[in-house]
Design a protein around this ligand. Structure first.
Ligand code: F6P
Length: 418
């Protein structure tokens, strides 16, 4: 093991697939560590040129078009790890399936990493063959499991990631995750030249560098359906219904489901309004004969006088659902307006179940792109949706800051307040 080499600036990703040549001659199968086999980081195994790399600081990836083909025309037996990290999300399995299918077509081998970065830290891998990926397209969750493990927060965590990667003879990693999981990937690439590509996942849609993440459409669909259902009961009882939706520190789910569901007030972190302003909107509705109202609030909204606290995860996030902003808002609306109010917290139902067709298609396209990025050794890059096209963007840029809801979107929602 040559971990010290990686820690001193890293050699991965600059010299092509580290294990492909050894594997081609030995034709190994499964995950049994190949005792005595020497990684070929330093020697260019495939007879291909590499350019660029993380040390440029530009986020530019190593580029080797057609890299997985040997000089003699034979395909390389490239071994690709796949992990899913962070909160689960509808469409993860569709990505895994697409990465697998395209990789198998190229005669690459695919290995599942259990539970996000934890699987690499604790050496928990599993075979991922055609049988494992069959029939998973419509399934919610992730067949690989997921955690919010952060190797950078664990004693020796990064070294253990590298050790596992080495022992398993992996050549590349596809990391499917949000800002946290991909933030680790970006750092590993920048600091260790780790051969990783990213796929943007999150129901929150808060990842930069892509117009949409998969999982978001499903979450918005579920929240919209809930708002529709709350409308009929709100109207029957002349009540105010407060709906708290997920989205962490951005209001994408709230604003989109609120527009789609015809919400009368929407509170998102990016566009704070006072509780009194929200109450004024509700009163205005009542004055024009509408005795019920739907109020959507994002879990990350900072209500005046409501402190933010709670346990933090390994990425420093507190559990926002525990703050209960929906409950607080509901109580205040009832107290200030006198209108009977009920609160619904949608919670994890927004993340569960089968992805929408749109998310299945997006996840599939992302997965194919990720497999292509691996094949071309475009490490340090992430699959991204721009307009209707799937392109690549540097992981570093995608994870530098959150993508917040622009004012134009909130203006669309606001046109229907009160
Ligand atoms: O990031 C996805 C998300 O569902 C957020 O919207 C939410 O704040 C968080 O994860 C909930 O995390 P957990 O599943 O750990 O409760």
């Amino acid at each position: 093991m040559r971990r010290h080499e990686h820690e001193e600036g890293g050699t991965w990703g600059k010299h092509g697939f580290p294990h492909a040549e050894t594997r081609r001659t030995q034709n190994p199968v499964g995950l049994t560590p190949r005792v005595g086999s020497t990684p070929t980081f330093g020697t260019r195994a495939l007879g291909l040129a590499t350019v660029g790399g993380p040390s440029t600081g530009t986020g530019r990836a190593s580029t080797v078009p057609g890299a997985a083909t040997h000089q003699n025309g034979q395909d390389a037996a490239v071994k690709v790890g796949v992990l899913t990290g962070g909160g689960d999300c509808p469409g993860l399995n569709a990505v895994i399936r697409a990465v697998g299918r395209r990789s198998f077509q190229r005669r690459h081998e695919v290995v599942g990493v259990r539970d996000g970065w934890r699987g690499l830290v604790e050496d928990e891998l599993e075979p991922l063959g055609p049988r494992e990926i069959s029939g998973i397209l419509p399934r919610g969750g992730t067949i690989l499991g997921t955690t919010r493990t952060n190797p950078y927060k664990l004693e020796g965590g990064v070294g253990r990631v590298q050790d596992t990667f080495e022992r398993a003879g992996l050549d590349a990693l596809v990391a499917i995750g949000g800002e946290d999981t991909l933030g680790v990937a970006a750092r590993l690439f920048e600091e260790q030249a780790f051969p990783v590509v990213g796929v943007p996942k999150t129901i929150d849609n808060d990842l930069n560098g892509t117009d949409y993440t998969f999982g978001f459409d499903t979450a918005v669909f579920i929240a919209t359906e809930a708002i529709d259902r709350l409308h009929t009961t709100a109207e029957s009882h002349n009540r105010v219904m407060v709906v708290e939706v997920m989205g962490r520190n951005t209001g994408w789910i709230a604003v989109m489901s609120g527009i789609a569901g015809g919400a009368d007030v929407i509170l998102i972190p990016e566009q704070p309004i006072s509780i009194d302003e929200a109450c004024d909107d509700i009163r205005r509705r009542h004055e024009r004969g509408k005795d019920f109202s739907i109020v959507v609030i994002s879990e990350g909204y900072e209500l005046e006088g409501h402190a933010e606290d709670g346990d933090q995860d390994e990425f420093g996030h507190i559990r926002l659902s525990e703050r209960g902003v929906g409950e607080v808002l509901g109580r205040e609306i009832e107290r200030r307006t006198g209108y009977e109010t009920r609160v619904t917290v949608l919670g994890h139902v927004q993340r569960g179940g089968s992805p929408t067709p749109r998310d299945r298609v997006l996840a599939t396209r992302f997965g194919l792109k990720a497999a292509d990025l691996v094949d071309q050794q475009r490490f340090g890059q992430m699959a991204s949706l721009q307009g209707d096209r799937i392109v690549e963007v540097p992981l570093k840029d995608a994870t530098a800051e959150l993508k917040t809801v622009p004012p134009e979107w909130y203006d669309v929602a606001k046109a229907f307040f009160g």
